[in-house]
Each structure stands twice: as structure tokens, then as C-alpha cells.
Design a protein around this ligand. Structure first.
Ligand SMILES: [Zn+2]
Length: 333
């Protein structure tokens, strides 16, 4: 069998990688009731229909994950899947503020995911780093929201030597602009963590501007709406800010009307480094290989995507050099 091209994935929610059979096993073990009892029923439930249904599946998954073992297994299972498709480096996202509301402690969530990082490296030789997300729309008071955000950052910093390299901002982008989180991301920066917020997925240019100026973004997750502002595109190219683009996710969530209209080729033509990513592969019915096919069909180059991954990864210099060497060997650049 042909060896797959090496790939770097920087935008994948680990909760969104749990395949139907795995979720069934985990929920059963934890005594969590699911609206399906066989793998086939579960697969049918997972099948993407529309955005509200996607949110239902997402919530069902996050509620079933309860223990350190669950979190570890989620990382290991995805690392195995992605490594089999050529991935050599992944930055996985998880949202710790969710599960701590109904069971595990902050430390159990973080140590479980970090154990997964170690096991993935040992078993599959893949480097995984973690970038926990702060939800901007947590169903709590504004004070509770900021408290959870600060807790995410402080706990992330505690696990820096175990693979946590940055923090992100997720959730409803239009309703909750980035500016109120400036203090939280300044703290993250002071504690040595990178800033990798979601912005410019469905929100406009102002949201990307806010992520850059108020949150000091090192990279932007999505960022596709920068296509609406040539000056912003020029700035992203000039400052070498990498965008973590997810074409199928954008189609599924309605952020773009069709793949033919996806702005990835325009962003690349403007000189912006873009990585290709699955976002929530299990829930969108895709994987890293199929997503690469989609991106290739838009006429962009996998070598450039790999290079963008090397450039944007929040890893240490030694790992980056190793990734660069893998890229040079495979893509002859
Ligand atoms: Zn995302």
C-alpha cells in the first residue's frame, strides 16, 4: 500500500472525533443513556442533517465523556486514525469548561487528555499538542463565564510541560465578540500559552480584527471571512498569520453555500498560509484524507498546506525542525 502524504492538522475538536461505536462503548461504561443502542442506530443518529442536529450530537457526545480514561481514549483513537492517514502532528482542541459542570474535575479532564498525548506518541509516533477552547457562550452568568475562562487558562498553564501549548476561543461568534476576553488572553500570553481563537467563520472582518488586536492571535481558526477585506488579507499574509481552514465544516454549518464558492483558493492566492482541517470529522462524516481531497479539488497544493502547518504549529523549535524535515523529504520543497 502506498504511504499517505504527511499531514499536519491544527484545527480538530477531539470531542468531534469520537466515532459512533466508540461513543456507544464509552456511554455504556459510564451509565449514560443515549437515544440509540446499537452501532448502526448510533451511526444513523450521527449522520449529518443540519446545524441544530449537529449541536445535539455534539452535546450528546460531550455529556457522555466523564473520566480520565475516556479523555485519554479519545485522543488515542483519533491519533491512530489520523496517523493512518498520514498525520504527523496534530493540535487537538477540547472544551474543559463543559465536562467539569457534570462530573470530572479540571485536573481529571486535563490529565486524561495529556495521558492520551503520551500514549499516542508511544504507540503511533505522532506528535499531539493540545489547545483547550474557552467557550464564549457558556450557559452561565457573565461572571461565571469569565471565571471558567480564567480557570481554563490557569489549568492549561499547569499542563504546559505535558503538551498543552495554547488556548482558543469557541462557540457563537456573532453573538459574542472577542473583545471581552482580552484580559484572559493577555493572561494566557503571560503564562507562555499561544492564542488560537476561532474567528471569521460566520462572523465578519471585525471578528478577525478583534482576534488579532484584542486576543493577540498567533493563528486564526477559520478566518475565511478575511476574503471580504483585501487590506486584512494583505496584513495576514504580511504578518504570516496562518489560517486553519475547514472546507467541509464550512459547507455543513452553512458558512459557505457551496464548495465551489469556498474562499480557500482566494486566500492562498493572496499569499496567506492556510492549513486544511476536519474540525469535527465524526460529526461531519469525513476524515483527514477526504478533507485533503476536497482541498485539492479546490486547486490548492498539499505541500503549501503542510508548510503552513509547520509555520503555524505552536510546538517547540526541535519538533518544528523535525516536521520541516519530514515535509522536505516528502514534498521536495
Ligand atoms: Zn473549530
Amino acid at each position: 500500500m502506498e504511504t499517505p502524504d504527511p499531514k499536519i492538522e491544527l484545527h480538530v475538536h477531539l470531542e468531534g472525533t469520537v466515532r459512533p461505536g466508540a461513543l456507544l462503548r464509552i456511554a455504556c461504561r459510564n451509565g449514560v443513556a443515549l437515544p440509540a443502542s446499537t452501532e448502526a442506530e448510533m451511526a444513523e443518529l450521527y449522520r449529518f442533517r443540519d446545524f441544530p442536529h449537529f449541536i445535539q450530537v455534539w452535546t450528546m457526545t460531550t455529556h457522555a465523556l466523564r473520566t480520565e480514561r475516556d479523555f485519554r481514549e479519545v485522543v488515542v483513537a483519533y491519533a491512530k486514525e489520523a496517523a493512518g492517514l498520514g498525520a504527523v502532528y496534530i493540535e487537538g482542541i477540547f472544551s474543559p469548561a463543559e465536562p467539569v459542570r457534570y462530573g470530572p474535575s479540571w485536573d481529571e479532564v486535563f490529565s486524561g487528555f495529556c495521558d492520551g498525548v503520551d500514549e499516542a506518541r508511544e504507540r503511533f509516533g505522532i506528535e499531539v499538542r493540545l489547545t483547550p477552547d474557552i467557550p464564549r457562550d457558556l450557559e452561565t452568568s457573565p461572571e461565571g463565564m469569565m471565571e471558567a475562562a480564567e480557570r481554563t487558562v490557569r489549568t492549561a498553564a499547569k499542563y504546559r510541560d505535558r503538551g498543552v501549548v495554547g488556548v482558543g476561543l469557541g462557540g457563537l461568534e456573532i453573538e459574542f465578540p472577542p473583545e471581552p476576553f482580552a484580559r484572559i488572553f493577555a493572561l494566557a500570553h503571560d503564562l507562555g500559552l499561544g492564542s488560537v481563537p476561532h474567528a471569521g467563520e460566520v462572523g465578519g472582518v471585525a471578528s478577525i480584527r478583534g482576534a488579532l488586536d484584542a486576543l493577540g492571535a498567533d493563528r486564526i481558526r477559520h478566518g475565511i471571512r478575511s476574503v471580504d477585506d483585501p487590506a486584512l488579507m494583505a496584513e495576514l499574509a504580511e504578518r504570516e498569520i496562518v489560517l486553519d481552514v475547514c472546507p467541509t465544516s464550512n459547507l455543513r454549518t452553512g458558512a459557505v453555500r457551496s464548495l465551489e464558492e469556498h474562499p480557500l483558493p482566494q486566500l492562498v492566492a493572496a499569499g496567506i498560509a492556510c492549513t486544511w482541517n476536519t474540525d469535527d470529522p465524526a460529526m461531519f462524516g469525513i476524515d483527514l484524507a477526504s478533507e485533503h481531497q476536497v482541498a485539492r479539488s479546490l486547486g490548492v497544493s498539499p505541500a503549501a498546506a503542510y508548510e503552513a502547518g509547520v509555520q503555524g504549529a505552536l510546538c517547540d523549535a526541535r519538533t518544528r525542525e523535525r516536521l520541516a524535515a519530514i515535509g522536505r523529504a516528502a514534498y521536495e520543497v
